[in-house]
Design a protein around this ligand. Structure first.
Ligand code: 13P
Ligand code: SF4
Length: 302
């Protein structure tokens, strides 16, 4: 593995490439990553980087968002089939139908959506800034897609905005059920439960803290508590264990894994660095429309 890491790091420098990795990636990807974080952080990095090539160790919509934000850069996804099962739940026509059924209401899309879908929405958000983004609209009603659970969680946090949600969801987070939280709490009564807002409402309601990947990691870092039950993807558990060895991190149940996030390997990264394959392209008309809703999000998140 050391030789592989060295080859990647050497080539990365020669080609002025930068490697961005989402926290759900296999943990060894961090050995070559320049930036590791959640969706918001990585899109902020993608918008600002002066690298010539962006290798996005993540899923398709993330690389597509990076391309929209940095259209002059070469953006590469190491595994071209790594999609997001939630993003795939709504396409352009389904969005138009959803909007037609609920006319005249501002539309907010989760960043986990396609470029075409973003191009027809008013504002984009990630799980770290969803509440702030929706509040920034100063309205009493919004349409939210694709994630119904993130949308409903935002509605609950704000209390004064009706959030009409599209019935999309994350199959990975929905595997976590209230019984799992109860069982983990019975075994580890001292542990705090930290959950991602993509979880079912019945799970989020039981948690001590609900937040994005970075939110969960920061909470665990800053808390005086010593043990935590983690109700999100395994990659977060792996990084917390590595970064805070004095604390205890318990996955809420086994195998809470996003299969697409786990497709990337160090070998794939070396290959795409060598042959520059798997480049992401987005239609120019779509870029021009989609960038507005992403830029507005980045502005609100400052
Ligand atoms: P965040 O990176 O915003 O926590 O989102 C999690 C996720 O599911 C990414 O696809
Ligand atoms: Fe999509 Fe869920 Fe995987 Fe995130 S964890 S990339 S929302 S399928």
């Amino acid at each position: 593995m050391q030789a592989l890491v060295e080859s990647i790091n050497k080539l990365k420098k020669e080609k002025k490439a930068v490697i961005l990795a989402h926290c759900y990636q296999p943990v060894e990807i961090d050995l070559v990553a320049d930036y590791v974080g959640d969706s918001l952080y990585l899109s902020q990095v993608a918008a600002k980087t002066d690298a010539e090539i962006i290798i996005f160790a993540g899923v398709y919509f993330m690389a597509q968002t990076a391309k929209i934000l940095s259209p002059d850069k070469k953006v590469i996804l190491p595994q071209i089939d790594a999609g997001c099962r939630m993003a795939d739940m709504i396409d352009y026509n389904q969005l138009l139908e959803f909007k037609a059924k609920n006319p005249g209401i501002p539309t907010v899309c989760y960043v986990n959506s396609t470029a075409e879908v973003k191009s027809e929405c008013d504002l984009c958000c990630t799980s770290s800034n969803a509440v702030k983004v929706v509040a920034s609209l100063n309205t009493d009603k919004i349409l939210f897609l694709p994630d119904t659970y993130l949308g409903k969680w935002v509605e609950k946090q704000l209390g004064n905005v009706e959030v009409i949600t599209y019935p999309g969801f994350c199959p990975t987070h929905l595997q976590i059920r209230p019984d799992d939280i109860e069982a983990a709490r019975n075994t580890y009564p001292e542990a705090l439960v930290l959950a991602h807002p993509e979880c079912h409402m019945s799970v989020s309601e039981m948690a001590d803290y609900v937040g994005s990947t970075t939110g969960i990691m920061n909470f665990a870092k800053n808390s005086d508590n010593k043990s935590f039950i983690i109700a999100t993807e395994q990659g977060v558990v792996d990084r917390l264990k590595r970064d805070y060895p004095d604390k205890e991190f318990i996955p809420v149940k086994n195998n809470i894994v996003c299969p697409n996030m786990k497709m990337t390997s160090l070998e794939d990264i070396l290959k795409v660095l060598e042959d520059e394959s798997n480049e992401i392209f987005v239609d120019e008309n779509i870029v021009q429309k989609a960038v507005k809703c992403i830029d507005r999000m980045l502005e609100v998140s400052k």
